[in-house]
Design a protein around this ligand. Structure first.
Ligand code: 13P
Length: 257
């Protein structure tokens, strides 16, 4: 199965009108060269509409960083409904990022609810899973990933993964500069795919699995070379046009090799 590479920039809580416009202008100049790669930017919610407008005549796609788990509007102060994200032009939405799990108490179940809410709004969820350093050290990486994945399979069904993206983001590699080695990343990606293949081999084969955690211009090519690594979810390096474009180029080259 030829899976199209996807490189998504998670801007996290960074940006301003000026910085966003400069970044998008630089990305737009080059984005057309990476025709084998789907490129997504995920700015903070308050900037989605303005960034979306700037992306309008480009192949770049818009994604959100989070959504509320409800399927319909209501009294949920401060929250954002999936349909609203779709209305301002989002195609993707990140779900279950480890920062949301660790800092805002998001459970596996809440992640599953958000995954369902995203799809109900015709958004493509980018479901993040990943183990902490402690979990890796005590040998529970696979059981943690199984648990995180199982919560979504149980709530949404395996068929829901036909229209989703999975992101393996080891918590110990996020923002630390300590990326997983290409071998570590590939081993986990293969594990995740095999877990899904137990339920549905065709869906597992077509699912894109991104790696996230200290992906940089100088390590992206090695990481993307893994047979089950279909792109990246990029944090810090997504804020600098040259770095993000270099990562997109690495994906473009990987897709041809
Ligand atoms: P860094 O690339 O800054 O490590 O962040 C990764 C991440 O969390 C993307 O969602």
């Amino acid at each position: 199965m030829q899976r199209r590479y996807l490189v998504a920039g998670n801007w996290k809580m960074n940006g301003s009108y000026g910085a966003n416009a400069a970044l998008i202008a630089s990305l737009k100049q080059r984005a057309g060269e990476y025709d084998a790669v789907e490129i997504v930017v995920c700015p903070p919610a308050v900037y989605l509409e303005s960034v979306g407008r700037e992306l309008a005549d480009s192949p770049l796609l818009l994604g959100a960083q989070d959504l509320n788990e409800q399927a319909t509007p209501g009294a949920f102060t401060g929250e954002i409904l999936g349909a609203m994200l779709a209305e301002v032009g989002c195609r993707y939405v990140i779900v279950g990022h480890s920062e949301r799990r660790a800092l805002y108490g998001e459970t596996d179940l809440r992640g599953a609810e958000k995954f369902a809410a995203a799809q109900a709004a015709r958004l493509i969820p980018i479901l993040c899973v990943g183990e902490t350093l402690e979990e890796r050290k005590n040998g529970s990486t696979e059981s943690v990933l199984q648990r995180q994945l199982e919560a979504v399979i149980e709530a949404c069904g395996i068929a829901a993964f036909a229209n989703a993206v999975l992101a393996y983001e080891p918590v110990w590699a996020i923002g630390t500069g300590h990326t997983a080695s290409p071998e570590q990343a590939q081993a986990v990606h293969a594990f995740l795919r095999s877990e899904l293949a137990k339920r549905d081999a065709i869906i597992a084969d077509s699912l894109r699995i991104l790696y996230g955690g200290s992906v940089k211009a100088d390590n992206a090519a090695q990481l993307f070379a893994g047979a089950d690594v279909d792109g990246g979810l990029i944090g810090g390096a997504a804020l600098k046009a040259a770095d993000f474009l270099a990562i997109c180029l690495a994906a473009q080259k990987s897709s041809r090799s």
